[in-house]
Design a protein around this ligand. Structure first.
Ligand code: NAD
Length: 249
């Protein structure tokens, strides 16, 4: 307990009740951090922040809108004076095959997963450089590492592979300022993004490919985010950590 005492943390896309972002925000709050949840809907973001206890903040922010990202971060800087941790968690999937992807599909998926990661990071980086400390954690996916995945879509794999490249480039550029940037690659985790997307046969096929024989829980990913956000990982930057029950063995 207390790994994030006196830290100020942002988690994007954390309003979804069963999501990885909410579980991460919850675990960070239990470890003493003050949290801001950024999500599409202001009421949902505020309600999710209230669930964490007193003093946490929920703000509307569409991560694909650079001005909205800058405005949200400015609001937090005015109130907190610093931001120590950013978890770029907002993401969407589309269960399409390669020939089904239309320009609007490609734009939507790359905008949220990849462009959003860039925009929110750009908004927090100047403050982190000035204070000579910060940790940015980006949500990639096993879909980036092995292609496909039944429900993500090839454009999702491409966007999440882009997140890995962005993570490493940001890590290299920001390392001299003690701002660390790492990625998490979750495997099959039971959340709203996966719920109801697979038939019983497909679910069994997915489970057969997981040596640990079970889907991950949101808390499995949150624990990894806690490690990367905290000083426990003080010498880790540019890494990608697999949270997939052994799926790539
Ligand atoms: P989820 O669907 O439960 O939650 C996603 C959240 O992102 C929602 O609250 C949604 O409102 C928000 N969001 C969507 N578009 C947004 C935008 N433009 N601006 C701000 N917020 C936006 O998803 P999840 O399963 O918790 O996934 C979280 C992250 O982990 C995503 O990046 C996802 O791609 C990644 N991931 C999930 C799995 C899995 O199995 N669940 C596996 C690998 C990677």
């Amino acid at each position: 307990m207390g790994l994030l005492k006196n830290k100020y943390a942002i988690v994007t896309g954390a309003a979804s009740a069963r999501g990885l972002g909410k579980a991460t925000a919850q675990m960070f709050a239990e470890h003493g951090a003050t949290i801001a949840i950024l999500d599409l809907d202001a009421d949902a973001a505020k309600a999710a922040a209230a669930d964490l206890g007193k003093g946490h903040v929920g703000l509307a922010c569409n991560v694909t809108d650079k001005d909205a990202c800058n405005a949200a971060i400015q609001t937090l800087m005015d109130s907190w004076g610093r931001i120590d941790i950013l978890v770029n968690n907002a993401g969407i999937t589309q269960p399409l095959k390669i020939m089904e992807i239309e320009p609007q599909n490609y734009d939507a998926v790359t905008d949220v997963n990849l462009r959003g990661t860039l925009y929110v990071s750009q908004a927090v980086i100047p403050g982190m450089i000035a204070q000579k400390s910060g940790s940015i954690v980006n949500l990639s996916s096993v879909s980036a590492q092995r292609g496909g995945g039944i429900f993500g879509g090839p454009h999702y794999s491409a966007a999440k592979a882009g997140v890995l490249g962005l993570t490493k480039a940001m890590a290299r550029e920001l390392a001299p300022d003690n701002v660390r940037v790492n990625a998490i690659c979750p495997g099959f985790i039971a959340t709203d993004i996966t719920a109801g997307k697979l038939t019983a046969d497909q679910q069994q096929m997915v489970l057969d490919g997981i040596p640990m024989g079970r889907a991950g829980a949101a808390s499995d990913v949150a624990g990894c985010a806690l490690f990367l956000a905290s000083d426990l990982s003080a010498y880790c930057t540019g890494t990608e950590v697999d949270v997939n029950g052994g799926s790539l063995i």
